[in-house]
Design a protein around this ligand. Structure first.
Ligand SMILES: [Zn+2]
Length: 366
């Protein structure tokens, strides 16, 4: 089994992490006091962390999403967004993440009058500040923003336009999130068309709590380049009488076209999309060489980090360093940053990082 400090020091890439799902418990409490938010269930940081985790682990996507009321509640001022985004960059960098795409739905922070553009600007500023502090502490990280539209609201076109508007300042893609049932991806076609016509990038939460039709719509109607979760693609993989996996047309398309799956194993246990890590489809999908990536989704609600997710996968499936590097390269190849930035990270950061860890492990054996 890989030692925790090896996993932590290995370069990692996260493509699916929500800004409003990764606050430090202490920060939620501070911001609630500063901004006059009085609906927190407790003001003790440990109790609050436990409350979020229990609230999230109720085997339903809809119940999971309820816990966000409080993180969103304290993200209504510019300074609060800057602080949370800065801490997000610092926390990811301290966890050994070298490249992160963190997503947020700016429409969630408009309750006290901020505009979509002001929210995106604050988010980008926080990442700039946090990445700067992380670099001073010896952990370099590249931070990008994915702008999300919430399925249950009707502002997707406006949000998509704002996402594109900030592309030269660090937004790299557009996403839709929220409850899947009753909100199929094709509801937001106008927004996706706009994004595609601007040569901008699309990832869509699909195939998390809902099955193959949402994956099919996301890919074949909406132009998704990646799938948020996509875990239900396993429903299109059957096992023949000899025990060999057989791919249906949609699963074959996803694998053949190297469509990245932004998998978030622990989050899937909490929303009920998988029963246990051992039974999570990520194992079969990676062995079939789908373009699997490993992600956190919501670090606060699911009480995870990139290190803890890789440790859980290593304990269940004996990943080892080679497989961890493969999963990390899958992620950086699938990132929305420009090709030259990705290539530089592969050649100058990720591959040398894993080489160093392998030689360290080799020396330890002698
Ligand atoms: Zn998500």
């Amino acid at each position: 089994m890989l030692a925790l400090d090896v996993i932590r020091s290995a370069p990692k890439v996260v493509l699916h992490d929500h800004l409003d799902g990764g606050l430090r418990p202490r920060t939620v409490i501070d911001l609630a006091a500063e901004t006059g938010y009085d609906r927190l269930p407790t003001t003790d940081p440990d109790d609050l962390a436990t409350w979020f985790r229990r609230g999230a682990d109720r085997k339903s996507l809809e119940l999971y999403l309820e816990t966000f009321e409080h993180t969103i509640g304290v993200l209504q001022e510019r300074d609060a967004i800057v602080r949370v985004a800065a801490e997000c960059a610092e926390d990811l960098a301290a966890d050994g993440v070298v490249y992160a795409e963190v997503r947020y739905a700016p429409e969630l922070s408009t309750e006290r009058g901020l505009t979509l553009d002001e929210v995106i600007e604050a988010n980008l500023e926080g990442f700039r500040v946090g990445a700067g502090r992380a670099a001073e502490a010896g952990h370099s990280i590249v931070m990008k923003v994915i702008v999300t539209a919430m399925r249950q609201f009707a502002r997707s076109v406006e949000v998509a336009k704002a996402a594109v508007r900030w592309r030269d300042a660090g937004t790299v893609g557009f996403d839709v999130a929220g409850p899947e049932k009753g909100f199929p991806p094709t509801r937001y076609l106008e927004a996706f068309d706009l994004v595609r016509h601007e040569n901008f990038h699309i990832t869509i939460h699909a195939g998390e709590s809902f099955g193959l039709p949402s994956i099919w719509e996301a890919l074949q109607f909406c132009g998704a380049e990646r799938l948020g979760h996509g875990v239900r693609i396993i429903d299109d993989v059957s096992i023949d009488p000899d025990g060999e996996p057989v791919l249906g047309r949609l699963a074959a398309f996803v694998r053949d076209r190297r469509i990245p799956l932004e998998m978030c194993p622990t989050s899937n246990l909490h929303t009920g999309a998988a029963a246990s890590i051992e039974e999570h489809p990520i194992d079969l999908l990676r062995r079939l060489r789908f373009r699997v990536t490993v992600n956190t989704d919501n670090r606060l609600m699911s009480n995870v980090s990139m290190t803890s997710e890789f440790a859980a996968l290593d304990a269940a499936f004996k990943l080892g360093l080679d497989e961890m590097e493969w999963l990390t390269l899958n992620a950086i190849k699938s990132a929305f940053a420009p090709f030259d930035e990705r290539l530089q990270l592969i050649n100058e950061v990720i591959k040398p990082g894993y080489r160093r860890l392998r030689s360290r492990a080799g020396r330890a054996l002698i």
